[in-house]
Design a protein around this ligand. Structure first.
Ligand code: SF4
Ligand code: SF4
Length: 498
């Protein structure tokens, strides 16, 4: 039984300036010019990278499988347009480090010719397992940014007997409005995707949760869901980070996901509206996930918009289309300004996780003027994870990472609420991102040194065993020699006496 709680049930959060009006009122732009070259990373998802199937020089169609998924948690990668594979090599990743990762380079032929998988007239006649298989084969991952393979989530949903599927239409990050537009313009397709997901999980209850700053999206989704009593569309308060899984689950169901557990273990699973739309396209049209709608916004963008682009399009081409003024751009962000990643340049591709590309001016950035902590505790009040950011930051400053971990560093979701609210401009979330990276690096180093020690111990034990064996063999050899000489002496004595 669902229960809808009041705002007091929301933990922490902030009312951030939205800037959504820059893009939310215009239709999704669908005439983005097809790029000449696409850079397609083999890892655009949580889990193992996909393994290439296609070789350099091969001709491919749009939607054709380029690389297959490996292992339990992975996702395949498909060609975002038709053309020829020019290269399979390492290229800079769309990440703050821009370190190289494996990509396929596709020279498009301009035809944009589809390869579609066979579809059935009525996908509801498919078994739930078949739904998962087709969703997995289409390379669908969580499009809210988490990029967890959707098929794996559907399987977990079946195994854990999910009673509530939450469709996340919160889109609480400032500037972003691609989910809002998708809900306004493609509500029926999204609702169809939701029904297919319910079928795939053998579940019969979905709640679409939309922040109350998107009334048109709410009405469009409510209208599309009206014929289906298993789907409820609700409005939730506008407050960042309402779209965080645990916050949303708490608000919608009243249930708390225990630390270290997955939401499916308490009977709930969450998918993004974009993911539901991709499921609809895969099962109704046999189309793999090869493009996505993303928001391009910020003070340096001449034509802010929501635009549908092929995956693998360079950010520089998206920015050129949106007339971004590079001389005014102080920071490039992939995602939203709160949880997105700052990128060093624009020669990086868009991927399945790219919900937004922001070109922000100096005036849109928080001042770098840091002052001492005045212990106002505002950061504690806004932390949705119930942490004490000021104490964690103090420990990190003193390089006491273990103490920061004891205070809950691993539960920090890097939402940035603490930094946003801090009157002293202390870059708290930067401390936590740095420290989390350090903790992981230290754990990896410790794991490596433990592994090395174990290997050394095994080697020493083996050498000891061999030495002992050799010593015993030597002793046996000497004993045999002594015995032989004794027998020889005995024999000689007998011969003398004869
Ligand atoms: S919000 Fe900033 S100034 Fe206030 S207690 Fe936290 S760190 Fe200190
Ligand atoms: S960034 Fe971490 S510590 Fe800061 S408010 Fe978010 S969860 Fe809390």
């Amino acid at each position: 039984m669902l229960s809808f709680f009041t705002k007091s049930r929301i933990r922490g959060g902030v009312h951030a300036e939205s800037y959504k009006e820059l893009t939310a009122s215009d239709e999704i732009v669908t005439n983005f010019p097809l790029p000449k070259t696409l850079y397609i990373p083999l890892q655009q998802h949580v889990g193992k990278p996909a393994e290439p199937l296609i070789r350099v020089g091969d001709k491919v169609l749009k939607g054709q499988l380029l690389a297959y998924s490996q292992g339990m948690i992975s996702a395949p990668v498909h060609a975002p347009s038709s053309g020829i594979i020019l290269d399979v090599n390492d290229y800079p990743a769309p990440h703050p480090s821009a370190l190289p990762i494996r990509m396929m380079v596709l020279e498009t032929d301009g035809l944009d010719e589809w390869f579609t998988s066979p579809v059935v007239d009525d996908p509801f006649q498919l078994s739930p397992e078949d739904i998962s298989l087709r969703v997995g084969a289409a390379g669908i991952v969580g499009l809210g940014g988490a990029t967890f393979p959707t098929a794996v989530k559907l399987n977990m949903g079946r195994e854990n007997k999910i009673d509530t599927l939450i469709i996340n239409g919160a889109e609480c990050e400032p500037y972003l409005s691609c989910d809002d537009r998708l809900m306004q313009e493609r509500a029926e397709q999204i609702i169809d995707g939701v029904r297919l997901m319910l079928h795939g999980m053998e579940s019969d209850h979905a709640v679409v949760a939309i922040e109350d700053n998107k009334p048109q999206a709410f009405y469009a989704m409510q209208k599309a869901a009206r014929p289906y009593s298993v789907i409820k569309v609700i409005q939730i308060p506008t407050r960042y980070p309402m779209g965080w899984d645990r916050q949303l689950i708490r608000y919608v169901t009243g249930r708390e996901v225990p630390v270290g557990c997955r939401s499916s273990e308490i009977g709930v699973t969450i998918h993004n509206v974009g993911t539901a739309h991709a499921v609809h396209k895969a099962l109704r049209y046999g189309q793999a996930l090869v493009n996505r709608v993303l928001t391009v916004s910020g003070g340096a963008v001449g034509r802010p918009m929501n635009v549908e682009v092929p995956l693998g399009t360079l950010i520089s081409e998206v920015f050129a289309f949106c007339e971004v003024k590079s001389e005014q751009t102080a920071r490039i962000i992939m995602g939203g300004p709160m949880m997105g990643e700052s990128l060093p340049h624009t020669c990086l591709p868009t991927v399945k996780a790219t919900s937004g590309l922001l070109a922000l001016t100096e005036s849109e950035l928080k001042s770098n003027d840091v002052h001492p902590c005045i212990r106002c505790a505002a950061c504690v009040t806004v932390c949705p994870a119930g942490l004490r950011p000021l104490d964690m930051a103090n420990n990190i400053r003193m390089n006491q990472l273990d103490a920061a971990v004891d205070l809950g560093l691993k539960d920090c979701i890097s939402c940035g609420c603490c930094s946003y609210i801090c009157p002293s401009n202390i870059p708290l979330v930067q401390y936590f991102k740095y420290a989390s990276g350090e903790v992981v690096a230290r754990q990896q180093a410790q794991h490596k040194s433990e592994q090395t020690k174990r290997l050394m111990d095994d080697r020493n034990a083996r050498l000891e065993r061999i030495a002992k064996q050799q010593e015993e063999e030597e002793k046996a050899r000497i004993a045999a020699k002594v015995e032989r000489e004794r027998l020889k002496a005995e024999q000689a004595a007998q011969e003398v006496s004869v």
